[in-house]
Design a protein around this ligand. Structure first.
Ligand SMILES: [Zn+2]
Length: 325
């Protein structure tokens, strides 16, 4: 969540794309199924205690945390497992006022092919400068960013097959996740290709739409623990679950704003505002396809899935979307 990362995320909103190379994606999936990681539970973390405040019937998000056992020692130092657990517990508090509760499924560790721990997030050829017509969400829906083949292969290998894969959020500790973007050099005429080393990346559907294989669409990468505000996980969950970029009240996502208000701006803010003035953040959160409610018989009732690939103006949001220039 450093400043560079924020700027890149804003730029990445309008990065473009062409049709997905589905055959190579399918091939990567088959390979992954054969070479999955041997994960085991981290028994020093008391998941039951962390979940002890969960209530039946409340809107709930299932979240798993993968923490590779062979991260480089320097990476462990800036991304300690204890710090991530602390951030998860803080995220529970951040979402509490909205009524949404976070269910920690498990924390797992295992040896991951080191080549899967450092990746480029998206395909260069799907990126476009942000200087086009229409707001960033409109441009992203026309040209979604596509996850790189290397990233797809990593997550297909890391995330275990499960019945509710596409409705589950997976926090994955990584070493380096680079995001390509274009920097405006002179007011929109010349653009320079750049790469930013991210602290956390949510692969949000307002940017990637349905180009990510459904099974792994819930992935969020973590590469740096926020030891000051302890908000990286909460902020990235905000991107994934509200499906919005860096915006807050009258701040549209074009602007890079440092502020201590609002979970989705850069700083110590945690507010998830509601209503049109709040850019419908709370309403959008409660419509997330990652949310279910358990009824009295124990059955899970899931929210409706996206109808248009999860773009910002997906019909599931109806009027809970801001029309802006
Ligand atoms: Zn962000």
């Amino acid at each position: 969540m450093n400043r560079t990362f924020l700027a890149a995320s804003l730029l990445a909103l309008s990065l473009g794309g062409c049709a997905a190379n589905t055959s190579s994606v399918a091939h990567a999936s088959e390979q992954a199924a054969q070479t999955g990681v041997q994960w085991s539970l981290v028994d020093t973390i008391d998941v039951e205690a962390i979940n002890s405040d969960l209530e039946i019937g409340k809107p709930t998000v299932d979240i798993g945390l993968y923490y590779p056992s062979n991260l480089h020692p320097d990476a462990v130092e800036i991304l300690p497992l204890g710090g991530l657990v602390e951030e998860f517990q803080n995220a529970k508090k951040v979402f509490e006022p909205t009524g949404v509760q976070l269910n920690l499924l498990w924390v797992k560790t295992g040896t991951v092919d080191p080549s899967h721990l450092a990746i480029s997030a998206s395909k260069w050829e799907t990126e476009l400068p942000s200087g086009g017509y229409g707001n960033m969400y409109v441009q992203s829906a026309i040209h979604p960013t596509e996850m790189s083949d290397g990233a797809v292969e990593s997550f297909e290998t890391i995330i275990e097959p499960a019945l509710q894969n596409s409705r589950t959020v997976y926090l994955v500790a990584m070493q380096n996740v680079y995001m390509p973007y274009y920097e405006d050099l002179d007011g929109g005429r010349n653009w320079a290709p750049k790469m930013v080393n991210t602290s956390g990346l949510s692969f949000p559907s307002y940017s990637y739409a349905d180009t990510i294989p459904n099974r792994i669409r819930g992935v969020i990468t973590l590469t740096k623990h926020d030891s000051t505000n302890k908000l990286t996980i909460a902020h990235e969950l905000g991107h994934k679950l509200m499906n919005v970029s860096h915006e807050y009240r009258d701040v549209s996502p074009q602007h890079e704003i440092r502020s201590d208000e609002g979970l989705m701006l850069y700083g110590s803010g945690t507010e998830i505002p509601s209503g049109q003035d709040g850019r419908w953040h709370q309403e959008r959160l409660l419509l997330s396809p990652y949310i279910y409610r358990t009824d009295a018989t124990g059955e899970r009732n899931w929210n409706a899935d996206y109808q248009a690939g999860g773009v910002y103006y997906d019909p599931i949001y109806a009027n809970a979307a801001i029309q802006f220039d």
